[in-house]
Write a protein of this length. Structure first.
Length: 131
């Protein structure tokens, strides 16, 4: 039973990694719907992980909508006050916890545009390695 469960779930988990992320609009795309996420649901405490969580959550939403990419339109950092109990019984202090809120568009990018961008990124990475 467990093996079958993983067999059914794993393709979706791997497919999520194939949802491309754009910070600038690609040359050609079709808008499907909006996506948004917040790191408030994320239990970890590392700032970069919280930002990654927001992007992954928007990718997950885009996948459910049938998109092959997301276009990030806003990534905002903010601080949330959380109570932390002081040393004296009954004393309460507050600490500022960094959080992120992201908004974007679930989009469908033509396969040839995606491939051209991936090739350009690989070429740039190869050029950086040679420096």
């Amino acid at each position: 039973g467990i093996f079958l469960f993983f067999a059914l779930v794993s393709p979706a988990l791997f497919a999520q990694q194939r949802i491309a992320v754009f910070e600038e609009p690609p040359a050609s795309y079709e808008e499907i719907d909006t996506v948004s996420a917040s790191s408030l649901e994320f239990s970890g405490n590392i700032r970069s992980s919280k930002k990654s969580y927001v992007v992954r959550e928007m990718q997950r939403q885009a996948q459910v909508l049938g998109a092959n990419a997301i276009l990030i339109t806003q990534m905002r950092a903010f601080e949330q006050l959380e109570p932390s109990y002081g040393r004296r019984p009954g004393s309460m202090q507050y600490q500022k916890i960094p959080q992120y809120r992201g908004k974007g568009l679930a989009i469908m990018v033509p396969e040839d545009v995606l491939q051209a961008m991936q090739q350009a990124q690989q070429a740039a990475a190869t050029a950086d390695d040679k420096k």
